[in-house]
Ligand binder design. Structure first.
Ligand code: PBE
Length: 267
């Protein structure tokens, strides 16, 4: 394939996802920062829409550039590669952190202890996400909890159960965060909590925790993806640190495309 014609073939378009996603902010910055991307556009869509476009392009062996990330099953279901990012606008590998509202530790010490201990691997999260292609996310999470009771026991060891205390977790609407949210819901329910999961945009996750409207979140991708929100609200939240390490975001293309770097794209 001739990269010189690639821009024209793609109508100088990168296929994006939901406009509120941190990844879309990074993709927009990327277009701004790389001089060779002058004139390129970022198409707003949805994750489902992007996945449909990606699947269709691959079926037809056509070129496509998408905003990609993992954990996600897009890399399991398709042969994809990240384009190199020599200017580092997408950052390096990063983490997903757990945050709580100020005061949660005093109000709900047992929940805070469990939230603080919660950590798992990319493979765990991806396993739940993949499973949830066939069953509901709730069911996939419940299978993971059954299969990993030893890990769950580590998180809950010595924690006093409660009697129906209510706790609200805010999350973003992507499968990765639905997976961690449903797992934590089950873990907290085993301890006697009544758990509400509320999916919102990344900006609202931080706002709700800072205002004390919600209790905790397992959803922030840091330090880059949701970095601007973190900077804005960091004095009004409690950061319990990473619950998962090794996430990645970038521009992704099918393996058959003869291009390796963002810098190979032509204006
Ligand atoms: N994502 C998945 C989200 C966080 C989780 C990468 C699409 C985002 O960009 O905000």
């Amino acid at each position: 394939e001739d990269t010189a014609n690639l821009g024209e073939e793609l109508e100088y378009t990168i296929t994006g996802i939901e406009p509120g996603a941190g990844a879309m902010g990074l993709a927009a910055t990327t277009i701004e920062e790389y001089e060779n991307l002058e004139g390129w556009e970022l198409l707003e869509s949805s994750t489902a829409g992007m996945m449909t476009e990606l699947g269709e392009a691959i079926n037809n062996e056509e070129p496509i550039i998408v905003v990609g990330w993992n954990p996600h099953y897009m890399f399991a279901s398709h042969d994809l590669k990240y384009l190199e990012d020599p200017q580092g606008t997408f950052g390096e590998k990063e983490n997903i952190n757990t945050i709580t509202r100020i005061g949660l530790e005093d109000n709900m010490p047992s929940a805070t202890k469990i939230l603080d201990r919660f950590n798992w691997e990319v493979e765990d999260m991806e396993g739940v996400m993949l499973d949830a292609q066939d069953v509901s996310m709730e069911e996939a999470a419940s299978t993971w909890v059954e299969d990993n009771q030893d890990k769950v026991d580590e998180w809950t060891e010595g924690v006093e159960p409660v009697d129906g205390k209510e706790i609200e977790l805010v999350l973003t609407p992507w499968d990765s965060e639905r997976a961690s949210g449903e797992v934590m819901k089950l873990v907290l329910e085993e301890q006697g909590f009544q758990v509400t999961l509320t999916p919102v945009d990344p900006a609202i996750v931080f706002q709700a925790i800072a205002n004390g409207e919600a209790d905790a979140s397992l959803a922030p991708w840091l330090p880059i993806t949701h970095g601007p929100f973190y900077e804005e609200y960091k004095d009004d939240i409690v950061d319990l640190g990473p619950n998962l390490t090794g996430t990645k975001i970038g521009l992704a293309v099918p393996e058959y495309m003869d291009i390796d770097s963002i810098e190979d794209l032509q204006p």
